[in-house]
Design a protein around this ligand. Structure first.
Ligand SMILES: [Zn+2]
Length: 127
């Protein structure tokens, strides 16, 4: 199947440009480059041989070498061999997580400031 650049972008975004099998980054420019170590292709999460469809919800990026290792095995089995579970987070999820952590950081600073502000001035008198 042939994909346009925007379709490839859309598919790669779903896993934050990480291979859905080993969770390591792919090299976006190396799409279909079988000689590149981070070369990748579009993988059917549910294989076509098992009635997997061609819709975007069934498509993820995978290194060519990972996809070759996968063969007819299940995604779960292949991921367990790489010591990972599930699907890598999407780019937008990572961005939201970053924003949430940043907000949490600023929230913590604000809270510490508030706690320090509310302390009464020490009443010390020197004679
Ligand atoms: Zn991989």
């Amino acid at each position: 199947m042939k994909y346009t650049d925007s379709e490839l972008n859309f598919i790669a975004e779903k896993t934050g440009c990480d291979c859905h099998l080993c969770h390591q980054p792919i090299k976006f420019d190396a799409y279909g480059d079988y000689s590149h170590p981070d070369g990748w292709e579009v993988d059917h999460v549910r294989p076509r041989s098992k009635k997997g469809h061609n819709g975007f919800s069934n498509l993820r990026v995978a290194h060519t070498h990972c996809n070759r290792k996968k063969g007819n095995r299940s995604n779960r089995y292949v991921r367990s061999k790489f010591g990972v579970k599930g699907m890598p987070a999407s780019t937008s999820n990572r961005i939201w997580k970053g924003i949430a952590y940043t907000a949490l950081g600023f929230g913590t600073i604000w809270l510490i400031n508030e706690i320090c502000k509310s302390r009464p001035e020490p009443k010390v008198t020197f004679n």
